[in-house]
Design a protein around this ligand. Structure first.
Ligand code: ZN
Length: 211
């Protein structure tokens, strides 16, 4: 197979990744090179511990990212963390609309959530779900704006920012890489209810059975 031309990441004037251009073509190129892999679910140890930092920005990482886009699409997700296909590395991909309905598509390696000043922390109470807690949804308050720093697939430093549902996605996916699911942020009662929803329904995508 021919070597892929390296996808260049564009930055805006403030140094944030431009992730709103050519979304359709970029997402398609990734998933056409990728393989759909089954999704791990709550209880699988890989979802409940901090993952390893990525140190090699090589073809293997590129293949992982392609597999993650393919798996995200197959499961109809808007974001996917590497441990959701069983891989112990800090990587997430996203394909998610913001509060204005603008589509954002990209990948973040070794992300860290940026602490925001109190005046930027406006909480938004919306429904949240996770491919690793199939078929369940619960309301969860999160800041309606988020920023992450990290690296692109080649190891260059990047920043990503988002509003609305995309802000929620950035927080949710970063949480995954540190071993947290959104249900870990719910009250005991809401968590139990989410697990009950999961137990009562069948996901529309392939999952990895727990031991
Ligand atoms: Zn999730």
């Amino acid at each position: 197979m021919a070597q892929q031309e390296t996808e260049k990441v564009h930055l805006d004037d403030d140094g944030y990744v431009v992730d709103t251009e050519d979304c359709e073509a970029r997402e398609l190129a990734h998933r056409e090179r990728g393989t759909v892999r089954p999704i791990t679910v709550v209880g699988n140890p890989v979802l409940h511990r901090e993952l390893k930092d990525v140190t090699e920005f090589d073809d293997e990482l590129a293949q992982l990212i392609d597999d993650m886009f393919a798996s995200q699409k197959a499961a109809e997700g808007v974001g996917l963390a590497a441990n959701q296909i069983g891989v112990d590395l800090k990587v997430f991909v996203y394909d998610c609309p913001d509060d204005e309905g603008v589509r954002h598509t990209g990948v973040v390696v070794n992300p860290k959530l940026v602490d925001l000043p109190a005046d930027r922390r406006v909480l938004d109470d919306s429904n949240e779900g996770c491919l690793s807690v199939p078929t369940a949804y619960a309301s969860l308050a999160r800041p309606d704006y988020a920023e992450v720093t990290g690296q692109d697939a080649q190891g260059n430093p990047i920043k990503v920012r988002g509003t609305g549902y995309f802000a929620r996605c950035l927080q949710h996916e970063t949480d995954h890489l540190y071993g947290y699911l959104y249900i870990d942020r719910l009250s005991k009662r809401d968590r139990k209810d989410a697990l009950r929803q999961m137990a009562e329904n069948t996901p529309r995508y392939e999952t990895v059975p727990n031991e």
